[in-house]
Design a protein around this ligand. Sequence first.
Ligand code: KIV
Length: 273
Amino acid sequence: MSSYVITDARKVTTKRMLDMKRTGEKIAMLTSYDFTMAGLVDRAGMDVILVGDSASNVMQGHATTVPITLDEMIVYGRTVARACKRAFVLVDMPFGTYQGDPIDAQRNAVRIMQETGADGVKLEGGRPILDNVKMILRAGIPVCAHLGLTPQSINQFGSYVTRATDDAEARTLLEDARALADAGCFMLVLEKIPSTLAAEVTRAIDIPTIGIGAGPDTDGQVLVAHDMLGLNMGFKPKFLRLYDHMGEQMTESVGHYISDVKTGAFPTLDESY
Ligand code: KIV
């Protein structure tokens, strides 16, 4: 199996990612929520580490991203930022922390930046929250937007099916993308939309697009680490490529340990004081 060789060890910045779009170098993004995993992901050469609110699912066992709180995201963000030397660290603003009053949105984004040491924030939505996005940008905070399937709105959507498959929703998404880019967002995540639409959005705006279930023509890709490593066993949507089967390996290793303890094979005298 080949592994990626880091050719530029400098910290990844918003400017560098804009240059990557211009030169056609794809941007790799992966989630992490804790110090140990973030350190490993950073060392592998990841461009962006997303402290996603998917922590609500994979770290906390909730069915949706709705229950996770700002204080909880700040703890995850802080532990990840502490581990990263090269990657740009992006923290999700959780449900309900940026859609209301623009001043509250800015205050919550400032808390994330000050209390985690992250490099930017991500939030879901388009023109309906544009004033709030602008207020966060006004504080000098890099904002990555997220369109298409926006999991925080699951209770409104009612399902996780592909979004913007009809012309009207596709047009709305394209106009939202243009408005977010014009407002000054530095990046846009496109989740679970037709690849032709993702390609059109990517051509239409100057900022990088990052796809998840959005085909090969975005400027980069993002996956949830627990999903692609096979830790989230049983979750296998079409867009997910499994790079490992760590869930099975872990269960096997832990079973081996249990058996060694039960039989007295662990510890040996060499492992004792
Ligand atoms: O929370 C998350 O992990 C995300 C990615 C799936 C894009 O938003």
